[in-house]
Design a protein around this ligand. Structure first.
Ligand code: ADP
Length: 374
């Protein structure tokens, strides 16, 4: 028998908080998702209360894991700071370039089957943005959601390789393309449509049209979340995405040293200017875990992203170490979240995914009904 939402809620009600009461009655559970015995949710806390609430998180994870039929439970603490507030804080006074197509509801694509679209961005290339996007998409799926992955990097698509997908998409009606699929998620990339060797020069309007087609002319079906892997920097794709696509938010991937070099800040500021809520920063290649002795070296002054996130008033979503298994698995088409789900790195991606989903679902709960997938 599959575990039900009611059983999960009842198990959580039984856990007392140090200050009294329970997390269900206090309305602190957000982003609950259930699929095939895999359960994930977040507990929204006041950041100052995080140390006190850690035992409650552990107790919640154990209580849910102990329910019959549960295979895994991912429970994270997340700052009780709602996405709408982030949006407000992120709002800039003006929109860039003023081409007239930037108005919400104007040229915005209407994608009713997709509940949330998020952008994964970075200030510069080579920080592991595509690797992070692939693992995040897979982690969101493992956490119980219906997920799509759009490779919006038309200049250098890498998702076909990372997701281990080859071939060309087909079309049933000659109008709409079927997305490719692997590891349980739908994938679309310019890499499926043009040969890798074909040199392509992309001008602004072409980028806009390509992105629009990859979103609008693909049979994505019903998705809880579409993860978009953006090219690095702040170019035409970012502009198109932020102006024409109803983005729920953006996630910035950064290495510790590049945040220090301002590159990630550029990305952050760009999304703020165009009113896209920044959901938080992920520090990739955060520290080096020696595969031989297990020794941990902070080669890039680890912790920079956390400090900068605090300074910028955005959430720090988590850190991923520099580890050869992460490189080998993603470059080999079997990202670590699926190839080694028991590894601490896979768990780190699942926790980050859950924090992101809690922010999105939390924001939605305030506007409408909460989504539970069974
Ligand atoms: P970007 O999209 O930012 O250009 P990629 O995701 O393509 O970067 O990553 C660049 C290279 O670094 C790839 O070979 C990838 O496998 C590797 N890589 C990314 N993240 C990590 C990590 N945490 N540990 C080890 N290698 C990584």
């Amino acid at each position: 028998m599959a575990v039900t939402e009611t059983q999960v809620i009842e198990a959580l009600r039984a856990i007392r908080m140090p200050q009294g009461g329970d997390i269900v009655a206090a309305g602190m559970v957000s982003g609950l998702a259930l699929r095939d015995g895999h359960i994930s949710f977040a507990i929204e806390v006041n950041p100052a209360q995080a140390p006190v609430m850690e035992p409650v998180r552990k107790a919640a994870e154990k209580a849910v894991t102990d329910l019959p039929g549960v295979l895994s439970a991912t429970v994270v603490l997340t700052a009780h700071r709602a996405a709408p507030q982030t949006a407000q804080r992120a709002s800039g006074p003006q929109r860039p370039h003023g081409h007239g197509h930037a108005q919400p509801g104007g040229n915005r694509l209407n994608l009713p089957g997709i509940k949330h679209i998020i952008a994964v961005a970075s200030g510069k290339g080579g920080v592991g943005k595509s690797t992070t996007a692939a693992n995040l998409a897979l982690a969101l799926h493992v956490n119980g959601l219906k997920v799509g992955l759009l490779d919006a990097d038309v200049y250098g698509p890498s998702q076909p390789r990372m997701m281990g997908v080859k071939g060309r998409p087909t079309s049933k009606d000659g109008k709409v393309m079927e997305p490719m699929e692997n590891h349980g998620i739908k994938v679309m990339s310019m890499g499926f449509l043009i040969d890798e060797e074909t040199p392509m020069i992309w001008r602004g309007p072409m980028v806009m049209s390509a992105i629009t087609q990859l979103l609008r002319d693909v049979a994505w079906g019903d998705l809880d979340i579409l993860v978009c892997d953006l090219p690095p920097g702040t170019g035409d794709t970012q502009l198109t995405m932020s102006q024409n696509v109803p983005l729920s938010g953006a996630v910035i991937v950064s290495t510790p040293q590049d945040i220090a070099l301002l590159d990630a800040k550029k990305g952050l500021n760009m999304f703020r200017k165009v009113d896209v809520p920044v959901l938080g920063i992920i520090e990739n290649m955060s520290y080096f875990a020696c595969p031989n002795c297990g020794h941990r070296s902070d080669i890039f002054a680890h912790g920079g992203a956390r400090r900068e996130a605090e300074r910028f008033g955005v959430d720090f979503l988590g850190e991923i170490p520099l580890d050869i298994t992460i490189r080998e698995t993603s470059d080999g088409g079997h990202p670590i979240v699926v190839s080694d789900p028991k590894s601490p790195h896979a768990a780190a991606y699942r926790e980050i995914a859950q924090r992101i989903w809690a922010k999105l679902a939390g924001a939605q709960a305030r506007q409408g009904p909460r989504i539970v997938i069974q």
